[in-house]
Design a protein around this ligand. Sequence first.
Ligand code: SAM
Length: 193
Amino acid sequence: MFELVNEYRRRRTLEKHPEGVAFDAQWGTETSAFDWGNYEPSRPSVVAAALDALDVDVPNTTFVDWGAGKGRVALLASQRPFFRVIGVEHDAMLHKIAEENLAAFDARGGRQAPVYFFRGDASRQPLPDGPLVLYLYNPFGPDVLVPALQRALRSDLRVIYVNPLEELVFTRWSVLASGGEKPWAWRIYAPPE
Ligand SMILES: C[S@@+](CC[C@H](N)C(=O)[O-])C[C@H]1O[C@@H](n2cnc3c(N)ncnc32)[C@H](O)[C@@H]1O
């Protein structure tokens, strides 16, 4: 029975996320099956488009994925020369898979930036000083997001928000760039002055 369910999930994943499956085949990772909790991975081309549109000094900037899941976004970001890349995930199983994926990615020489995966509540995790890009693919709702953003605020903060379900939270922020179409619309926000 479990075999059948797993096969169903594998096929569903292949149909819905061919780009993700190609990413995993290239790097020996497993980021594609959204088979645990509310994990659903970002599509690689969406991440690439948003990263291309950033107006930051990449080598001096820390990239943080709040709700890193199996780590795909952090690994994609680490292909660019960020100062560091951090992924925070509260689920133990997903965090473990992210660590395994990092090892596989490293073994094939995928990384340009250091990557750190932490297990914990992303909304409470301390953030490093300095220029910061936060990546959000709807890890939590507005009640958690608003105070978490307050703690992250700084003039050189940028937020990449994919499938922005809680757009209203950013009403007073500036949209610096945007692209994609539902459900893969993305925005880059800068904080209010
Ligand atoms: C939609 S998935 C996005 C995964 C990844 N960021 C990506 O785009 O490929 C959201 C993730 O947020 C995680 N998450 C939800 N609330 C969290 C919290 N408070 N702290 C850390 N992770 C959280 C979930 O377990 C899930 O893996």
